[in-house]
Ligand binder design. Structure first.
Ligand code: SF4
Ligand code: SF4
Length: 57
C-alpha cells in the first residue's frame, strides 16, 4: 500500500516538506508519491488543505 495524490492537488508543496521519506515531488501540474518509497505514515494527508493524498492498495 502507498498514498496516492489525486487531481485535487493545488501544488501548495506542504506534503513534500512533511514527507519523512522524501517520496513526494512535483510533476505535470500536481504533486505525486513515489510508491516504493512511501511508508504509509499519513503525514501528507494530514497537512494537505484539499484532502488530495489518499491511501491506496
Ligand atoms: S504517507 Fe508518509 S511516506 Fe507516504 S507519501 Fe505521505 S508523507 Fe510520505
Ligand atoms: S499538500 Fe495537498 S495540495 Fe499541497 S502539494 Fe501536497 S497534495 Fe497538493
Amino acid at each position: 500500500m502507498a498514498y496516492v495524490i489525486d487531481g485535487k492537488c493545488i501544488e501548495c508543496g506542504k506534503c513534500e516538506k512533511e514527507c519523512p521519506k522524501g517520496a513526494i515531488y512535483p510533476s505535470c501540474g500536481q504533486y505525486v508519491v513515489i510508491k516504493r518509497m512511501c511508508i504509509n505514515c499519513g503525514r501528507c494527508a494530514k497537512v494537505c488543505p484539499v484532502g488530495a493524498p489518499k491511501p491506496k492498495e
